[in-house]
Design a binder for this molecule. Structure first.
Ligand code: SF4
Ligand code: SF4
Length: 223
């Protein structure tokens, strides 16, 4: 429990750090293309046809065409590296899947075309009680409790055999093949993707921070 908690605390602290760093770096890039003689910052109101307005348009283009594209490419690079790592068949993610959605909510999402919900429901069934889930991964449940994450539903896959094998391996859905699809996912220490997570966590945090900051600028620049 202590380990998972410190991993999460560490991740939050790193995010705060990379967020501040990213704000400064982006501001530098914005200032680098600021035309001389323009008074005011990127959020100021400038008259149409002014150099200030042109600067704002250039910044929006840079955010949209350069920075957002770079973020997308970097995410893809990280995902591509994942193929160098392999599942150790510890079965934790088959035995305990968490969702913010109840079975009924998932059903309604699936009926409305949500492909993830559809796949999820094709394999997972809910645990009857949280205590059942706790037996599988006590540290994870304790972590959620400690962080007051109360609205979480716990599921498991009945296709998992007693000797921790997938009884329908060839037909397992894409969500099983893709797990974990993000280096920020909390993983048991035995997971074969921990190294991938550790190597890419910092960059993924940076990319998430950049997405938030880019969205903020796009919304606040008055063009
Ligand atoms: S279908 Fe197989 S791989 Fe997917 S969760 Fe179930 S047991 Fe695990
Ligand atoms: S937690 Fe990791 S190692 Fe364990 S079954 Fe899932 S993907 Fe494989």
């Amino acid at each position: 429990m202590k380990d998972l908690n410190s991993i999460l605390d560490n991740q939050r602290a790193k995010f705060r750090e990379v967020f501040k760093y990213s704000v400064n770096e982006l501001q530098k890039r914005i200032d680098e293309i600021k035309p001389s003689g323009v008074e005011g910052d990127i959020f100021s109101e400038f008259p149409t046809e002014s150099s200030g307005r042109k600067w704002q348009t250039d910044v929006l283009n840079m955010l949209e065409n350069d920075i957002s594209k770079d973020i997308y490419l970097k995410f893809n690079e990280i995902l591509a590296e994942r193929k160098n790592y392999h599942c150790n068949c510890c079965a934790t993610c088959c035995n305990l899947a968490c969702s913010e959605f109840s079975p009924d909510e998932l059903k309604s999402r699936a009926e409305n075309g949500d492909n993830f919900a559809k796949q999820f429901l094709s394999i997972f069934v809910p645990y009857k009680t949280k205590e059942e889930a706790r037996k599988v991964y006590p540290e994870y449940i304790a972590l959620l409790e400690q962080n007051k994450e109360d609205d979480v539903y716990f599921y498991h896959c009945p296709k998992l055999t007693a000797d921790k094998k997938c009884s329908d391996y060839e037909n397992r859905p894409q969500i099983c093949r893709d797990f974990p699809d993000n280096p920020l996912t909390l993983l048991p220490s035995v997971c074969g993707f921990c190294e991938w997570k550790n190597e890419n966590e910092q960059m993924t945090l940076l990319l998430h921070a950049m997405i938030e900051i880019v969205e903020y600028y796009k919304e606040k620049i008055p063009v």
